[in-house]
Design a protein around this ligand. Structure first.
Ligand code: GTP
Ligand code: MG
Length: 249
C-alpha cells in the first residue's frame, strides 16, 4: 500500500500529450476516458510503464482509429496493493478516495477479510465503510459489526434488489472515487448496476453446492457516477493480504 507513491511521480514530467483516465486495464492494453467522457482503447509506449485502473495518464492520439498511445503516468495519490502468491506487491487500483467492503449474509461473512481490507484503506489514506448488501434477506448483524462503527467505519445496509440504502451509499461516495471489494457473490456488481444505471455489468448466481459466488467479475472497471464520483467494481476474492510498506509493519 502506498499513500505517497513516488515510482509513477516522475514519468509524466516534460512529456507532452493529452491527459486521460484509465477506466479498464488488462496488461498492456485497456480503455481510457477523456475529460469529455469519450473512451478509446489504448496501448502503452515502452516496457516500463505499469498502468493501472484509476491512473491519470498522458496519451497521444493515433490516426486511423488505432488505439491511442499512453506515454506517461501522472503522479498517483495512493495505491491499493496486495501481496501476490510470490509475496510481491501487486497494484489493484490507484487514486482512490473511498473503499467499500461489501458483505452479505450469503456467502457467510469473513470478518478477517474485512479487517484486512480496512487495514489497506487506512494505510493508503482512503475512507473505509462496510456495505451490508442483501438487506432484503437479512438485517445487519448489529452485535457482530458494532466494533466497526466504534472505529469510525459506517455500516450501510443496502439492497441491490430492492434499492434500499442505494441513495445513502451514493451520498457517502459523493464526488469521490470508490472501490467495491469483497468475497465473490456478495453483490458488488449488482450494487454497481444499482448505482450506475445502464452499466449492465454481468452478475452471477451463488453456487448451491458451496454457498459461494462463482467469481463472475474478472477485471476491474471504473464507472462514472452521476454527481461527479466514480465507482470501481473488482473481482471477488477468497483472501487479501495488504502489502504493508517498509517501516509501517
Ligand atoms: N436477494 C438479493 N440478492 C442479491 C443482492 N445483490 C446481489 N444479489 C445476488 O447475489 C448474486 C451475486 O451477485 P454479484 O453482483 O454477481 O456478486 P459479485 O460480488 O459481483 O460477485 P463476483 O463478481 O463473483 O465477485 C446474484 O445472484 C445476485 O442476484 C441483493 O441485494 N439481494
Ligand atoms: Mg462481480
Amino acid at each position: 500500500m502506498n499513500s505517497n507513491p513516488s515510482d509513477a511521480a516522475d514519468s509524466s514530467k516534460g512529456t507532452p500529450g493529452i491527459v486521460g483516465l484509465v477506466v479498464a486495464a488488462h496488461g498492456r492494453r485497456g480503455i481510457l476516458a477523456q475529460s469529455d467522457g469519450k473512451r478509446f482503447p489504448y496501448m502503452i509506449r515502452g516496457r516500463h510503464l505499469r498502468v493501472c485502473c484509476g491512473d491519470r495518464v498522458r496519451f497521444e492520439p493515433i490516426p486511423d482509429g488505432k488505439p491511442v498511445l499512453i506515454t506517461a503516468i501522472m503522479p498517483r495519490d495512493n495505491e491499493l496493493q496486495r501481496l501476490s502468491g510470490r509475496s510481491l506487491p501487486e497494484t489493484i487500483a490507484v487514486n482512490l478516495t473511498h473503499l467499500i467492503v461489501v458483505m452479505a449474509a450469503l456467502p457467510a461473512p469473513d470478518l478477517y477479510l474485512t479487517d484486512r481490507y480496512l487495514c489497506a484503506a487506512r494505510l493508503m489514506g482512503t475512507t473505509g465503510a462496510l456495505a451490508w448488501n442483501k438487506s432484503d434477506l437479512a438485517t445487519v448483524p448489529a452485535a457482530e459489526l458494532a466494533g466497526y462503527e466504534t472505529l469510525g467505519y459506517p455500516v450501510l445496509p443496502v439492497s441491490a434488489v430492492t434499492g434500499n440504502g442505494i441513495e445513502a451509499l451514493r451520498a457517502w461516495i459523493g464526488s469521490g472515487t470508490a472501490i467495491l471489494v469483497g468475497q465473490s457473490g456478495v453483490g458488488k456488481s449488482s450494487l454497481l448496476n444499482a448505482l450506475v444505471p445502464g452499466a449492465d455489468v454481468v452478475t452471477g448466481k451463488i453456487s448451491e453446492a458451496s454457498d459461494e459466488g462463482r467469481h463472475t467479475t474478472t477485471a476491474s472497471v471504473l464507472h462514472p457516477l452521476a454527481g461527479g464520483g466514480a465507482l470501481l467494481d473488482t473481482p471477488g476474492v477468497r483472501d487479501f493480504v495488504p502489502a504493508i510498506p517498509e517501516g509501517r509493519a
